[in-house]
Write a new protein. Structure first.
Length: 132
């Protein structure tokens, strides 16, 4: 059961207070991690909640560079997905270390889930409670 402070709900609204409760353990989370922990919010709804939470000062958002996202996801696997090791489906070719849009030609193999999470971390950042 998710518990949250009545003051947080009053100050920021119930939806933001719910996410604040999840983030209250002090760990930063990617958008995908928050989406997994809040199955009652659609992806679109959670994006709106996080945007409003940042604007209202409830959350801080840190944007990652491609290199930081690579380090965050990379667990040292070499077979299958470069990040998680998954090797039971088709793998995406991800342009790294230079994005294709910036002229990069080198690629690494990653699964669709890690590919999406990588881009969400670099495009949308990591979220934490303000001041944690």
């Amino acid at each position: 059961m998710i518990m949250f402070s009545g003051d947080s709900a009053k100050d920021y609204g119930v939806n933001i207070a719910v996410v604040m409760t999840i983030l209250s353990d002090g760990r930063k989370r990617s958008f995908n991690q928050l989406l997994t922990e809040t199955p009652f919010f659609s992806e679109k709804k959670l994006r709106v909640i996080m945007s409003h939470g940042v604007i209202l000062g409830a959350f801080e958002k840190s944007t990652l560079t491609d290199e930081q996202a690579y380090d965050e996801l990379n667990n040292g696997y070499v077979r299958g997905c470069r990040f998680c090791g998954y090797d039971r489906s088709f793998l995406d070719k991800h342009h790294y270390p230079v994005r294709a849009a910036k002229g990069g030609a080198d690629t690494i193999n990653i699964c669709a889930n890690c590919h999406r999470e990588f881009h969400q971390m670099t495009d949308y950042g990591l979220f934490a409670l303000k001041g944690k």
